[in-house]
Design a binder for this molecule. Structure first.
Ligand SMILES: Nc1ncnc2c1ncn2[C@@H]1O[C@H](COP(=O)(O)OP(=O)(O)OP(=O)(O)O)[C@@H](O)[C@H]1O
Length: 268
């Protein structure tokens, strides 16, 4: 039983870890409203995703949650403290793995430690990086340069780089969208595994309804610009989720609900 299930069965509501209230973001002196009054909470160990048409503000929302961009209005709290800049307790992953070609796989994974705490701390963290590489099936690739890794392998290394600082929350901007479907499905299940093992909270930006449903506890559906959360759809499927669940009638019903919401106001 995972921590979330234990708390649920004991009637204990997991504590909110991310709290967004009235988050709006304007560009070009207010000419463009990218986000308009976004409110939601993510509890410890929950997986949330956001889905919406191109340009509806998903990446802007993720950047604000990461502390990479301030909101024009509203506030973001993480673990009870306002997010005012990048933090150690936030791990991020993007569509491209962006590994430095002149550093080996393990040197790339240790880079966040080296930047924040120096070379000695990075060397001390090497056994942990090796363990993470084992978890994602990359044992033996420690000293290989990124040019020798496939796209899927590079993204698996990027998962390790995100996890090396032991973040409480993972912010994911379409991390597997450049991969083929089979690898993507596999990576999504790997992602679920690491989140469940660590009771980490995650927030995923995606264009895929089925990916959102299979991974998430809650899917936030956004309207076309200005981006508002039209509805937050709770996905009540047991964990661990499996690919077989995509054939369940409940899965189909969730996907249809989300598609209808998107068809109404947020075209993919
Ligand atoms: N720095 C900026 N200056 C001006 N406008 C911006 C800036 N960043 C984003 N925008 C605008 O804000 C809106 C939301 O952009 P954002 O990248 O967040 O959308 P998105 O939903 O992630 O899109 P996609 O799915 O295509 O990646 C868009 O209209 C975009 O042009």
């Amino acid at each position: 039983m995972i921590a979330q299930d234990i708390m649920k069965s004991a009637g204990v509501a997991p504590r909110p870890i991310y709290e967004l209230s009235g988050v709006s973001r304007y560009f070009k002196g207010g000419e463009i409203t990218a986000l308009d009054g976004v409110d939601f909470e993510i509890a410890q160990g929950e997986f949330h995703s956001v889905i919406g048409s191109s340009g509806c503000g998903k990446t802007t929302l993720l950047k604000i949650m990461a502390g990479l961009m301030p909101p024009s209005e509203g506030r973001v709290m993480l673990g009870g403290k306002p997010v005012l800049g990048p933090r150690d307790d936030i791990g991020m992953m993007f569509q491209q793995a962006t590994m430095f070609p002149w550093r080996t796989t393990i040197e790339n994974i240790l880079l966040p430690i080296e930047i924040r705490r120096g070379r000695k701390a990075a060397m001390a963290a090497r056994p942990r990086a090796e363990d993470l590489l084992k978890v994602v099936g990359l044992a033996g690739f420690e000293d290989v340069y990124p040019s020798s890794l496939s796209g899927g392998m590079a993204q698996r290394a990027a998962i390790c780089r995100m996890l090396i600082s032991d973040p409480d929350v993972l912010l994911l901007d379409e991390p597997f969208s450049a991969l083929d479907e089979i690898t993507r499905d596999f990576m999504n299940l790997e992602l679920q595994k690491v989140c469940m093992e660590r009771n980490a909270s995650a927030f995923l930006v995606t264009h895929s309804i089925s990916e959102a449903v299979i991974l998430s506890d809650t899917v936030h559906v956004m309207s076309a610009r200005p981006g508002r959360v039209v509805k937050s759809v709770k996905i009540d499927l047991p964990r661990p989720r499996t690919l077989e669940m995509t054939t369940l009638p409940e899965f189909g019903a969730y996907a249809t609900t989300i598609r209808n919401l998107l068809d109404k106001g947020a075209f993919l």
